[in-house]
Design a protein around this ligand. Structure first.
Ligand code: AMP
Length: 358
């Protein structure tokens, strides 16, 4: 595909806050962004040039929409692989393609793919019934996390387990879905690599944020992450191997646990812009949303130079509507336009400058 001209149409599968911020970045670069999402008034639909309502499974409707776009991308990893394969088979350019979805939708496939890229992961075992838990849990030293293989996010679909727990009840609590048992990683900190890979295979890594989670939900990301240059290089090298192996075009996030001795263990990756990169538009020469749009449009990547230290605070549930904490806060506020502030739901974020770049 030739680089797109300003005025071309970029189609995005998915209509959440990531699509909303991608649509704004696309508009800034002169593109018309068209959102395909089943929900009425989804966050992205209200900043995009066009919104087509359709289920992601309706191949004919998705194909008709895609034919009106110059390139297609996605903003969440649970887009059906078959839908993307249908588009590709019809000659439509989808960036990134089906491979990153296939590799990231299932936690067993994901860990297997990471290991094939020479990236360490936690020990794990497949769990198809409660009888599959005791032996690997014992092997992992009696502590583990049971997660559904598919569709888990923000700490949903996962449970900590210890030897002696009621495994029948645990598996039932996860809906008896196919699951994975992971060894509990005794991490010292969590970081992520936000990496961009352009249409010609060039790659740039942003400075790594350190990520703090509460109940499995990202609460705060801060840059710099405080790791040595050597560990940061290892993390970026791992992300480059992953992005290369996926033939990735766009922005990708690799989430890593860091152990006391500086060794790295991958938790998971997201084939899309990422919550832990939300500080980049304010703190860097090119934000992650603009970067993704540039990559999928076939434009050169922009510089990822960071101008200052920063923290990003997620605003969850009603928090986003309480004026003292948000409207009067010192920092750049982004709200996603969601109407329903369920507890724990990501409603917006705040980026605060912490001082000159260190
Ligand atoms: P996930 O949904 O896999 O991204 O997990 C959410 C958060 O739970 C992670 O960011 C960690 O803080 C924690 N977590 C997940 N898996 C593990 C693990 N195997 N060992 C220790 N902590 C974990």
């Amino acid at each position: 595909m030739k680089p797109l001209k300003s005025g071309a149409v970029i189609g995005i599968l998915g209509g959440g806050q990531l699509g909303r911020m991608l649509a704004s970045a696309g508009a800034q670069l002169g593109f018309d962004v068209s959102i395909l999402c089943p929900e009425d008034r989804c966050p992205a639909a209200r900043t995009a040039a066009q919104h087509v309502r359709s289920s992601y499974e309706d191949a004919a409707a998705v194909l008709e929409w895609a034919r009106g776009c110059d390139v297609i991308t996605y903003e969440f990893e649970n887009v059906p692989v078959r839908t993307v394969q249908t588009l590709v088979a019809a000659g439509i350019t989808v960036r990134p393609g089906a491979k990153p979805l296939q590799a990231s939708q299932d936690r067993v496939a994901e860990k297997t793919f990471l290991r094939a890229c020479d990236i360490a992961t936690a020990d794990f075992a497949e769990v198809n019934g409660p009888g599959d838990i005791a032996a690997p849990l014992d092997r992992f030293g009696g502590n583990g996390i049971l997660k559904t293989r598919r569709d888990g996010y923000d700490g949903k679909g996962q449970l900590r387990l210890e030897a002696g727990d009621d495994f029948d009840a645990a598996h039932k609590a996860l809906g008896n879905h196919p699951a994975i048992l992971e060894a509990l990683v005794p991490f010292e900190r969590e970081v992520s690599v936000i990496i961009a890979r352009g249409a010609v295979g060039d790659m740039l890594c942003y400075d790594l944020p350190r990520n703090q989670h509460v109940n499995g939900i990202l609460q705060r990301s801060v840059v710099p992450c405080g790791l040595s240059d050597a560990v940061i290089k290892q993390a970026c090298d791992a992300a480059q191997r992953l992005a290369g192996a996926l033939d990735f075009i766009g922005v990708l996030a690799l989430e890593l646990f860091v152990l006391e001795d500086g060794s790295l263990i991958a938790n998971e990756f997201a084939p899309r812009v990422h919550n832990s990169g939300h500080w980049t538009p304010e703190a860097c020469a090119t934000g992650q949303f603009e970067q993704h749009i540039r990559a999928v449009a076939g434009w050169p990547l922009g510089p990822v130079t960071r101008f200052h230290d920063a923290e990003m605070l997620n605003l969850l549930g009603e928090e986003a509507f309480v004026p003292p904490k948000t409207l009067t806060a010192d920092g750049v506020l982004t709200l996603y336009g969601k109407h329903d502030a369920k507890p724990g739901r990501k409603m917006g974020h705040l980026v605060r400058r912490l001082g000159p770049a260190t």
